[in-house]
Design a protein around this ligand. Sequence first.
Ligand code: CP
Length: 303
Amino acid sequence: MKKESFVSIVDCSKEDILHLIQKAEFFEQHPNQRILEGKVCATLFFEPSTRTRLSFETAVNRLGGRIIGFSDAATTSSSKGETLKDTIKMVSNYVDVIIMRHYLEGAARYASEIANVPIINAGDGANQHPSQTMLDMYSIYKTQGTLDHLTVTMVGDLKYGRTVHSLLTGMSHFNPTFRFVAPEELRLPEIYKQFMDNRGICYSEHTDFSPEVINQSDILYMTRVQRERFTDLMEYEKVKNVYVLTNSMLAGSKDNLRILHPLPRVNEIARDVDDNPKAYYFEQAHNGVFARQAIICHVLKIP
Ligand code: CP
């Protein structure tokens, strides 16, 4: 049987996405099962994580599978100079699926070409974070009742934010209107604009996080400025607090607006937003368990 990795949302059709959302819905209703009994999953995290690693591990544990892995590459033989290729080849011998986060763009695709088990990309540099996209889209579907014809506003670090790159790709199947709010230094890369132009997707770019933009939105997708991607920390200092969403800024927003954030947050959402019923980021992170249960079963071809 052909090995099925989950490396980029670009590889997913509209039908794949809808199928995974249906499966996530099922797992939310039935989170505890034994369908991964006898399976061993590896979580290889070459970059820090709280939500992605722990929700994948929760997903596996709730389905009766077992987990091995590491959350700090400094404790592994990569610190002695072992290559990613050798690490992947070795771990492939031990497990049924590898869930990997790596700081290099393209690392997950490379690993999928080497491994003889499926690879799930848990984030590769500033490139893609497709499992985050599935939980984001599941959250959008749950809160809006549809994925079609929504106005999605993405705010913050659109240059380095891999969740932004993945989400705009996934949502592109559903006739969205995008508003992109970023400072000049952190604008969306050209490649994603070309992608949307080729698909005839409506979007606009803004440097001002204005009431007009907020009040038109169905989804406000806030993001952190990705400090770890800057080579010059002075540049980071200039933009780190460029946009801060406060509760008063939501006064004229639509009733159905929901505020998402992949988390971790730094300062971009003020704490006074947390109690607003439109704040959905903690529920969004919870949805990650169900979306990741769906992805693991998808790559292991468990119906
Ligand atoms: N959203 C996300 O990827 O969070 P972590 O970095 O904590 O995994």
